[in-house]
Structure formats: C-alpha cells, structure tokens
Design a protein around this ligand. Sequence first.
Ligand code: ADP
Ligand code: MG
Length: 236
Amino acid sequence: MIFEQKTIFITGTDTGVGKSIFTAMLALFYLVGGKKIAISKPVQTGSPKDTDFLTSLTGNKIPVFNTYSFSLGAAPSLSSKIENEIIEKNKIIADIRKLENEFDVVIVEGIGGIAVPITDSVSPCNDTYLVADLIKDLNYPIVIVARPTLGTINHTVLTMEFAKQKNLNVLGFVISGYDEKINDPVIKTAPDIISEITGLKCLMKIPVIKKVNYESILAVANGSFSSNAPNCLANV
Ligand SMILES: Nc1ncnc2c1ncn2[C@@H]1O[C@H](COP(=O)(O)OP(=O)(O)O)[C@@H](O)[C@H]1O
Ligand SMILES: [Mg+2]
C-alpha cells in the first residue's frame, strides 16, 4: 500500500505534468493522518521555484527542503554549468538521508522525468548521473505522474520501461488533470491501456482543479483519499 511507505519519490513523464500537485496532495494526506512529514525538492531549476510552490500548496504546514537551486530553467547538468556550481550527488543523498532520521515520512519530488541529467559528461564533475540513478542510490519506490492527453500512453510506457531497465521499484502511476465528465475516448481509455501494457496500477486520477491552491489541494486530498471515495489511493 502506498500509505505504508516511509519514503516515496514522485517522478513524471515530463516537466509540468502535475508532480508538485500530487506531491503536495500526498503530503497533506499524511499530515492529516498525524504523520511528521517532510518534502524534498533536492534540485530545482527556473522560476517560480518549486520549493515556493510546494510550500504554498501545503499551506506552510510542511517543511520543504532543497539542496541545489538554479535560476536557469533547464536540466540541472546545464543550469549548474552555466551558473558555475558543481552538483555533488553525495550531498543530495546525505541531505535526504538526514530527513529520514527526523521525519516519519519523506516525499521527494524529482526533476522533470527519470532520464533527466543531474550531471553529465560535460558538467564540471564529468559524470553522467540521471534522476533514475539518484532514485536507485536512494532506493526509493516511485510513483509516475502522467498527463491525461494524447501521447500519455507512449510517455508512460517508455518511462516504465526505463524504470525497469534501471531496476526501480514502481508503485504505480497517477493521471493529473483527468476530467471524469469529458467525453473524449482518448482520455477515457488511456489509464486502462497503460495498465494493460505495463501491468502498473493507476493509483489515482486527479481531477482538473480550477484554482490550484492550498484549499483546493487539501479538499481533493481529503475527498479522494477517504476510504469510500472512487479512485481512492488509500485502497491501492
Ligand atoms: N490536476 C490538475 N488540475 C489543474 N491543473 C493542473 C493539474 N495538474 C497539473 N496542472 C497544471 O499544470 C501545471 C504544472 O503542474 P506541476 O505540479 O507544477 O507539474 P510538475 O511538478 O510536474 O512540473 C500546474 O501549475 C497546473 O497549471
Ligand atoms: Mg514540480
């Protein structure tokens, strides 16, 4: 069960698919359940900053930690090079390990998808280190957040295949921005087709949230995660 996890890494099929939204929702669920919870966004690039977004989405009630933050919105390997900072993977891992000792639950939000380079052969440390390698080093189970629209089958299946190749433990996938009432066969059928191809469970279909803020995220978390709700993550 996802709610028995002490550590979870939230990744996605791309940037901008709803990782932060799902991270905040899951974190609030744990908080409401009385857990001492921390969120880590270990490396972030661009603005607005995900750490600020996550702090605001969780109503300032959950600490959000970060190791590296860059202005240029790009893969960390490139942003760090341009901004003359060396990313040390051991520092990222050590910072997250510290949280494991202090908190009941640690949720890490990834950077883009799992093949994003944190460092690469042209970055200062001359080592190719992908988000998937960080997940492996942390030994965290992952949840893949995906968009609901055309293209999502391909992206999600490929992400799953890469996760398998890297020997990652995938708990399942989440579709963010799923309109239950929409009469589009592409959107309606995608979650089941992804499950059929990958053998992965669709853990949750996050509805389209009109105004994304703390109140609406909390409302969806409370509503969706109650044990009698449809698409209930707690039942997975
Ligand atoms: N369920 C949703 N309802 C409404 N908007 C969404 C939803 N999921 C994603 N979005 C939109 O996509 C944007 C990116 O989401 P975010 O969680 O920041 O993605 P990521 O962390 O993967 O980059 C949000 O600011 C929002 O506009
Ligand atoms: Mg994000």
